[in-house]
Design a protein around this ligand. Structure first.
Ligand SMILES: [Zn+2]
Ligand SMILES: [Zn+2]
Ligand SMILES: [Zn+2]
Length: 266
């Protein structure tokens, strides 16, 4: 497994499975508007330190799957016929906001897989544009190309699914947004044994269990329990970035904090 910050894998056109993180921040992103903490001041001056809302793109062979839509420039990144599918974890605005402009125009129709949430977000169901919605059921696995995808329930304030991807011999679980994990998902992960866990971690260690997102204590517990070879933290808030500036080296070697535009190849 390797991590690269450039676009070299795009030109290699190989069969490996890669994730590019387009956004690794929480709903406010980093910097937070009006915040004068050191993290936000530095991120205002330096683009590389910014975090957009959660969004990633998975590539393998000719397939390209968008995983959530937190960033606003999707129409520039994904011109007509460049996406195989879209997977949505849930309908909170920070995960679907990029779809509002993206859905208009283009003659393609993009299969968009989402949890069974009747509310959705705004008028996305009513005016889907190019989005061709399919409803997912937890643990009902399906294939896109040769990747087997199993949706798993997460614990959040809106109906939310994580996605477990199996490509050749590599298993990658993408688990956001969540605070802890439902028992059924824990049981699945124990049996499935992910090599890589990408997981929601919004906060530094908290005294009391947070309500909607993991903190550092909770992801350390998950790391101990599921023992992935690699754990990648995303959905990061500015307070966690402040904490990481001081303590990131103290995290176990297998845990990395992802930055916007990083690419991981498996
Ligand atoms: Zn701040
Ligand atoms: Zn959410
Ligand atoms: Zn979120």
């Amino acid at each position: 497994m390797s991590n690269t910050n450039n676009d070299q894998i795009e030109s290699e056109g190989d069969e490996r499975f890669s994730i590019k993180f387009l956004g690794t921040g929480n709903a406010a992103g980093v910097p937070v508007r009006g915040c004068s903490c050191t993290v936000c001041i530095k991120a205002t001056a330096n683009k590389d330190l910014r975090r957009e809302s959660c969004c990633a793109v998975i590539e393998f062979g000719e397939q390209r799957i968008l995983l959530d839509a937190g960033v606003f420039d999707l129409k520039y990144r994904f011109p007509e016929n460049s996406l195989t599918a879209i997977l949505l974890t849930h309908f909170h605005p920070d995960h679907v906001q990029g779809l509002f402009p993206f859905r208009w125009g283009g003659n393609d129709s993009i299969d968009t897989y989402a949890p069974n949430d009747k509310e959705g977000c705004g008028d996305l169901y009513k005016n889907p544009g190019v989005l061709n919605f399919y409803t997912l059921i937890a643990f009902d696995h399906f294939y896109i190309g040769e990747v087997l995808i199993t949706p798993v329930p997460l614990t959040h304030s809106k109906i939310t699914l994580g996605f477990c991807f199996e490509h050749r011999n590599v298993k990658v679980a993408y688990l956001t947004d969540t605070v802890g994990l439902p028992k059924k998902t824990e049981a699945f992960l124990r049996y499935w044994k992910p090599d890589v866990m990408v997981i929601d971690c919004a906060f530094p260690p908290q005294e009391i269990r947070p309500r909607n997102h993991n903190d550092i204590n909770m992801v350390l517990k998950a790391y101990e329990e599921f023992k992935p070879k690699q754990m990648l933290l995303t959905h990061i808030g500015h307070k966690l970035d402040q904490w990481l500036n001081e303590y990131e080296q103290k995290l176990p070697e297998g845990i990395s904090v992802v930055r916007d535009n990083e690419i991981y190849v498996f």
